[in-house]
Design a protein around this ligand. Structure first.
Ligand code: FES
Ligand SMILES: [Fe+2]
Length: 422
């Protein structure tokens, strides 16, 4: 049985993935691709045969201040959150990180050891590093009166140290925050009282992620923005392909089959493949083998994962979009989109190509289409037009996600609030 973080539902995968291992793809990905193939050869998307009831999500889940507070307490403080890609922080560098609403400082020693601290001076609490890309440095100096810390967080210098009382060794070091590095990603747990066991938290995703080679990619660009919508509306947008045919008709729909998706759960996380049009010919060619590289797979299907609670991976054919959303209020969110590219295509001559690609996906697809719809939904939530949002059988992964959020937040909600939002 898969171990699950406290407060999250444990959902063992229903398929015997080991049967697909010989294909060369990781087990769940292989099983999902076979499900894509069978939908394309039969012409019958899985949702056509589904007998599940439609799901109804109360609109209060998207604007209630109490629900928002419960989500912060249950999800955004105690759970491991993806803070950056490993390539953003070279040995001997440090950087500020503010996306989680807590001022953090990430550092990497010359020997490669990753650390995270509160970005707060131990003298009178001044912020240490300002926002920006990681910079190479030997130490971090408080801009107020120059207290100086090594990259391992230890205090190395106090101006006029004799004016302070003696204290225990380490008592004035930067305050450490739990962090870890796995699959090329830097994970942080913002709440000091929590623990961090990434293997248990990621469960079956641990067997899938190495295939995708995230640690071999290189960070190209990050964009951060604030939007007037509930954070879950962004996650919702990446949990179904039902909308691609209409919303993305002129942008990405020409590359995708209509609503052919397969998805599976790993504990609270969701792993899915969305069929691309090129897969139709492959699926119907007798004896066609499954690809055994991420490049081959991404020609046939786009892999996307919701790494619970707030990160979405989208493996485009030649790069990765890593999207994180954090609630800044009940009806506002902070969006962070990182573009990660192959290391062998990260030389300066490739920059114009990636810049253009990034603008097309970030502005042309995400901002003008997906985020535009999230904001459009938020405008109408309190009008009384709908008491619930309706989720159809082609959008079933949304109900999995909301089930996890509801389960995790229940202990933090009053009975009255639970009733209103269930
Ligand atoms: S607050 Fe940092 S040195 Fe005074
Ligand atoms: Fe979309």
């Amino acid at each position: 049985m898969q171990k699950t973080a406290p407060g999250l539902l444990s959902l063992a995968a229903s398929i015997d993935f080991s049967a697909y291992a010989p294909l060369g793809l990781p087990p769940a990905t292989a099983a999902l691709l076979e499900r894509v193939r069978s939908q394309l050869t039969s012409g019958q998307p899985e949702w056509k045969a589904s007998t599940d009831a439609e799901t109804r999500i109360p609109v209060e889940r998207y604007f209630s201040p109490e629900v928002w507070q419960a989500e912060v307490q249950a999800l955004f403080k105690p759970l491991p959150l993806i803070a950056a890609h490993s390539s953003e922080l070279a040995p001997g560098q440090a950087m500020a990180h503010d996306a989680f609403g807590v001022p953090l400082l990430l550092s990497r020693d010359a020997d490669g050891t990753l650390r995270c601290f509160l970005n707060v001076c131990r003298h009178r609490g001044m912020r240490m590093l300002e926002r920006g890309c990681a910079q190479t440095r030997n130490s971090v100096v408080c801009p107020y009166r120059g207290w100086t810390y090594r990259l391992n967080g230890s205090l190395s210098h106090m101006l006029h140290a004799e004016t302070f009382d003696a204290c225990a060794q380490g008592a004035r070091d930067l305050v450490a925050v739990l962090c870890a590095e796995r699959h090329g990603l830097i994970w942080v747990v913002p709440d000091a009282k929590s623990t961090l066991d990434l293997d248990a938290y990621l469960g079956g995703l641990n067997a899938e992620l190495p295939f995708y080679g995230i640690e071999k990619l290189q960070h190209f660009r990050t964009i951060e923005a604030e939007y007037p919508a509930n954070w879950k509306l962004i996650i919702d947008a990446f949990l179904e392909s039902y909308h691609i045919r209409v919303l993305h008709q002129k942008t990405i729909y020409p590359f995708f089959a209509d609503s052919v998706t397969s998805a599976e759960r790993f504990g609270p996380h969701i792993h899915s493949l969305v069929a691309r049009r090129a897969a139709l010919e492959w699926a119907n060619r007798p004896g066609s083998a499954a690809p055994d590289t991420v490049e081959g797979l991404s020609q046939l299907a786009t892999t996307s994962q919701v790494v619970f609670p707030n990160t979405v991976t989208i493996f485009h054919p030649d790069y990765l979009s890593l999207i994180s959303v954090v609630p800044t209020g009940p009806e506002t969110l902070r969006w962070t989109h990182r573009m990660l590219i192959p290391a062998d295509k990260s030389t300066p001559d490739w920059a114009p190509h990636w810049e253009k690609t990034f603008q097309l996906i970030e502005q042309g697809v995400f901002q003008k289409e997906d985020i535009h719809c999230a904001i459009g939904i938020q405008h109408g939530l309190k009008t009384g037009a709908n008491t619930h949002i309706t989720v159809g059988r082609a959008e079933v992964a949304l109900s999995w996600f909301h089930e996890q959020v509801r389960h995790a937040t229940a202990p933090h909600l009053s009975t009255e609030s639970q009733l209103k939002s269930s």
